[in-house]
Design a protein around this ligand. Structure first.
Ligand code: OAD
Length: 241
């Protein structure tokens, strides 16, 4: 199986989820004690929740943004950055994560399909701006100056970013790799099927079997900090043969 998965790999699409940042100390969503046990999705991750209680929502994301200062990338983030530097083929790294650990681990090209904590979206002019401070005080938008900033995070019921580019890459990739995601949220959960229809091999790296495991050609179980560097070593050493 490994031979088949690694042979003739020229175009790779990688999807990461909360599991890749778990060992850095960021809570996942659906584990016991995870974020969706601590908070109701409809309160903090929907446009309706924001309209009902903006202070609650702004505070939730202000705290998550501040918490990024106390965490660091782990060997899984660093391995994917090494893959970006050393893999001679095409690589698209798509993350559902709103943290910045891929970038801090050294990745230069990261597509944040669910947005980013360190970005602000203006509800008035719709411009996205880099953002590192809190939003609870209703600071002005750096572009139009209206006090209408919201977290630049995709909420349930909203369209994720860059879907055209992602589907284009899925249609032409020969390997799709899903890392540390439960496969519970669409459209990301459907990427494996898109890749398979396009003829790609599919590999899942996860701590435990996920809802979507049966859809992959191969699943490797273990903590991301171990299985991701191992897989990257394999890809790079095979490419060097
Ligand atoms: P989940 O919390 O749903 O799933 C995390 C996955 O990571 C699970 O499959 C775990 O088994 C796995 N995992 C945990 N620790 C791991 C480790 N050390 N190494 C490898 N895997 C590990 O998080 P996501 O799948 O990312 O969306 O959630 C997808 C989306 O649902 C999020 O982007 C967010 C959420 O609602 C929005 O907010 C729009």
């Amino acid at each position: 199986m490994l031979e088949g998965l690694m042979a003739q790999v020229a175009r790779i699409v990688i999807l990461t989820g909360a599991g890749i940042s778990a060992e850095s100390g960021i809570d996942t969503f659906r584990s016991a004690g995870g974020l969706w046990e601590q908070h109701r999705v409809e309160d903090v991750a929907t446009p309706e929740g924001f309209a009902r209680n903006p202070d609650l929502v702004l505070n939730f994301y202000d705290m998550r943004r501040a918490a990024l200062e106390n965490v660091a990338p782990n060997p899984a983030h660093e391995a994917l950055a090494r893959l970006e530097r050393e893999f001679a083929g095409e690589l698209l790294l798509v993350t559902q994560n709103v943290d910045d650990l891929h970038e801090r681990g050294g990745s230069r090209q990261v597509l944040h399909m669910h947005g980013e904590l360190k970005s602000a979206l203006c509800s008035a002019c719709e411009m996205r701006s880099p953002w590192h401070a809190t939003m609870i005080e209703r600071p002005p938008c750096p572009v139009c100056l209206a006090p209408t900033l919201r977290p630049d995070v995709v909420w349930f019921g909203e369209m994720p970013y860059e879907m055209g580019r992602i589907y284009q890459a899925l249609e032409t990739c020969d390997l799709f790799v899903s890392i540390g995601t439960s496969g519970a949220v669409y459209p990301a959960a459907g990427f494996v099927q898109e890749a398979r229809v396009a003829g790609a091999r599919t590999l899942e790296l996860n701590f435990e079997p996920s809802e979507g495991s049966r859809l992959f050609h191969e699943t490797r179980l273990g903590p991301a900090s171990m299985v991701v560097p191992q897989w990257v070593d394999e890809v790079l050493s095979r490419a060097a043969e």
